[in-house]
Design a protein around this ligand. Structure first.
Ligand code: IVH
Length: 711
């Protein structure tokens, strides 16, 4: 299929600009495909010599037409490290992200929420630090006895990549620390200054090597090099702003802890200040916003953190973000361009999503040619309640539209310029049938999204579900990516997830068949079966996420897995909750982080015969690993069912519940024979009475604090 020969049939000198552009596009695609076959699937499709010829041809055309060099040019891919090139590191303390705020009201709400959680009145002072949010990539540095022993990227928060050799080449990262605790994990941001970024890109361009779209990409690309001498040649910097595992506390406030990090040898951001209340916080935000352009490095907002570390500890974490910090983001970047077409994509839950195909335009250093249009109401210029958005202006093919990008968020079409609307532009008619399977596409009441009703007969839904199933955060089967899943689905070999695990058995004889297929060699087929075999053992959270149930994302899946522990217990709970009422349903709703929409989606999926049978067929082939519940080995309340009732005076209900759950207890809203302990404050009524009747142990708030060692 890939014919290096035909690519090199015409002399580069004879090519017109248009021909050169087209050929560069084709070469980029062919080389990427060859790379994928070679590196990811271990199944080269072309010879080394043909591959080299393609690369040489690409370079020659780029040399003659430098302006046509593509952003994804294969000449820039040299030395790019595949993710699997680094050893994995499990973080001793998870690396979390931050929740976002976009305006002053969100900051007031942050302050309010914390006060409510801690039970602080409006008069109590609640100082927070405010510091720039550096637009780089986070890194965790582990020091033992003052010596740098390991550096790891964030990865998925739980497991990152070991980049120790590379981190050692960064000047801002000391090899040894003065006067640090025995174990100290320092966390911060690796970034590149504007000046260094410009110089690096100029150097790269001169050498015909990869240039970077922005400093953040340059920093990431430079840190994630398998050859640390490349990292050494790149001017990376590091600001410390947080910590992971520590053998002793750094200080009692965030501010002093940061000062301590500076004292032991780190660069910390000089624009870090202490603010008393939302007003001071947002004032500092505006000051930093003013200075943004002259700082010399990219920042994308301001981070606020509760200063008192004891309060931080009490506030704790949601599944992926701390309650005690928030990122106040700067407004997004904008650009105008032409809307060329609207495509409809069908997702794994049948949602029809309109995608804008745009004339490519640079927004904040990145070329954008696709953007989301959300749903049919958004195109028509109204919100879900029928109120006008963009003053009711609809969006039409051919329109001049404003594209908006905020950080890593998918670009959006935000506005339209009616003065530039072509006369022939007609209002966009959203399809009422699925473009993939022709089934009727309907909108349920209250749903902003139109969905294909084809279910698994819709190839797009089935394939998207399968793609999700094998994706990185799900089963992550090496050699079975989106492309292969599509191929197998088309050929009828894999129709549902369970089929993956019978592939070898069904084609055991037919390994020959797989071998003869385009792109599969004996080695890659064997590797595929081995990779599938490896995933027969799967962590509970991954399995649940892989099922692709609406509203049940990766974090929620892990949360549910940790809560229920084993798959069997979980299934029993789903069956018990299927009527969306009763104690099992209440227990599900009681999980901090599970709302009613998610809970309904979850129980209906397991209750629908079709879907349930498909899940059961799958699970038959698997060993589902029990989820690690929080380490509560020395917790006095692990596994106990606790009910809080009456008024609590030293903590709020939310805090009490979160603490109890963190200690491995189940918190229930009602007293029954299954209750182990009732914590009753003043004013406890019927629940306390019932506990007495059932002879359930009852203690007061102080008793509870004594019990959990927190008095
Ligand atoms: S604190 C537990 N402080 O932003 C909270 N993060 O969106 C740990 N970041 O993953 C993060 N500047 O990579 C913190 N001054 C700062 C930061 C910062 C940049 C990054 C960091 C984090 C991401 C979250």
């Amino acid at each position: 299929m890939n014919q290096a020969g035909s690519a090199a049939t015409r002399k580069v000198a004879d090519l017109s600009e248009a021909e050169a552009r087209a050929e560069l596009a084709r070469l980029a695609k062919e080389i990427a495909q060859a790379d994928d076959a070679y590196h990811r699937r271990d199944a080269p499709e072309i010879s080394d010599a043909d591959y080299d010829a393609l690369k040489a041809r690409n370079l020659a055309i780029e040399a003659r037409f430098p302006a046509l060099k593509r952003d994804d040019s294969p000449s820039e891919q040299v030395g790019a490290a595949p993710a699997e090139g680094f050893a994995k590191v499990t973080h001793a303390v998870r690396m979390l992200s931050l929740s976002n705020a976009f305006d002053d009201a969100d900051i007031e709400e942050f302050d309010d929420r914390i006060r409510r959680y801690l039970g602080l009145g409006p008069e109590a002072s609640l100082p927070c630090t405010a510091e720039p949010k550096i637009d780089g990539l986070s890194l965790s540095l582990r020091y033992e006895q003052g010596k740098l022993v390991q550096a790891a990227t964030r990865g998925d928060g739980a497991v990152g990549e070991n980049v120790t050799a590379n981190a050692r080449t960064i000047d801002d990262i000391p090899d040894t620390l003065n006067g640090a605790p025995d174990v100290l994990e320092v966390r911060g941001e690796v970034y590149m200054s504007h000046e260094d970024f410009e110089a690096l890109n100029a150097r790269q361009a001169e050498q015909g090597a990869k240039t970077f779209a922005n400093p953040r990409n340059a920093a990431a690309g430079s840190l994630r090099q398998l050859d640390s001498s490349i990292t050494k040649a790149r001017p990376l910097r590091f600001f410390a702003y947080a910590w992971g595992e520590i053998s002793e506390a750094l200080a009692d406030t965030q501010m002093k802890a940061i000062e301590r990090l500076a004292a032991v040898g780190f660069q910390t951001n000089p624009l870090t200040v202490l603010c008393d209340g939302p007003e001071e916080m947002t004032a500092h935000y505006r000051e930093i916003e003013q200075q943004r352009a002259s700082l010399g490095y990219d920042i994308d907002g301001v981070v606020y953190k509760v200063n008192d570390l004891d309060l931080q500890r009490r506030l704790g974490f949601r599944s992926t973000t701390p309650r005690w910090a928030i990122a106040h983001k700067f407004p997004a970047e904008l650009a105008w361009t032409r809307l060329e077409a609207i495509d409809i994509q069908v997702g794994r839950t049948g949602a029809l999503s309109p995608v804008a195909r745009l004339s490519p335009v640079t927004v904040g250093g990145v070329v954008v040619s696709n953007a989301t249009l959300h749903n049919e109401d958004y195109i028509a210029g109204r919100d879900a309640k029928g109120n006008p958005i963009r003053d009711g202006k609809d969006i039409r093919i051919g329109d001049w539209v404003q594209v908006y990008r905020a950080g890593d968020v998918i670009p959006k079409v935000a506005d339209v310029d009616l003065s530039k609307r072509p006369d022939a532009a007609a209002a966009y008619e959203f399809p009422k049938a699925c473009p993939e399977c022709g089934s009727e596409a309907i909108r349920e009441e209250g749903d902003a999204v139109r969905r294909c009703t084809g279910g698994l007969i819709c190839p797009a839904q089935a394939v998207e579900k399968l793609k999700h199933f094998v994706s990185r955060a799900a089963f992550d089967i090496e050699g079975l990516g989106s492309k292969q899943v599509e191929q197998f689905y088309r050929d009828g070999w894999i129709k549902e997830p369970a089929d993956i695990f019978t592939l070898e058995e069904r084609f055991g004889q037919g390994m020959q068949q797989l071998k003869n297929r385009e792109g599969w060699g004996e080695k890659s087929a064997k590797n595929l079966f081995a990779a599938i075999e490896e995933k027969r053992r799967i962590p509970f959270g991954r399995l649940l996420f892989a099922l692709g149930i609406r509203h049940v994302g990766e974090q929620a899946s892990n949360l549910l897995a940790r809560f229920y522990g084993t798959w069997d217990e979980f299934i029993e709970a789903m069956d018990g909750a299927k009527a969306c009422e009763g104690p099992e349903w209440e227990r599900l709703l009681g999980i901090d982080g599970v709302g009613e929409v998610m809970a309904r989606s979850l129980v209906t999926s397991f209750a629908q015969a079709h879907e349930r049978e498909s899940i059961d067929r799958l699970v038959e082939h698997l060993t589902v690993e029990e989820a690690a519940r929080p380490d509560t080995s020395d917790s006095p309340v692990a596994g106990k069912t606790v009910v809080f009732t009456g008024t609590l005076e030293k903590m709020t209900r939310a805090e009490a519940k979160a603490r109890a759950e963190a200690l491995g207890a189940k918190v229930s809203g009602s007293v029954s024979a299954k209750t182990d302990l009732v914590v009753a404050g003043p004013g406890a009524g019927s629940k306390a009475k019932k506990a007495e009747e059932l002879c359930v142990e009852m203690i007061d708030e102080d008793g509870w604090l004594d019990l959990i060692g927190d008095a």
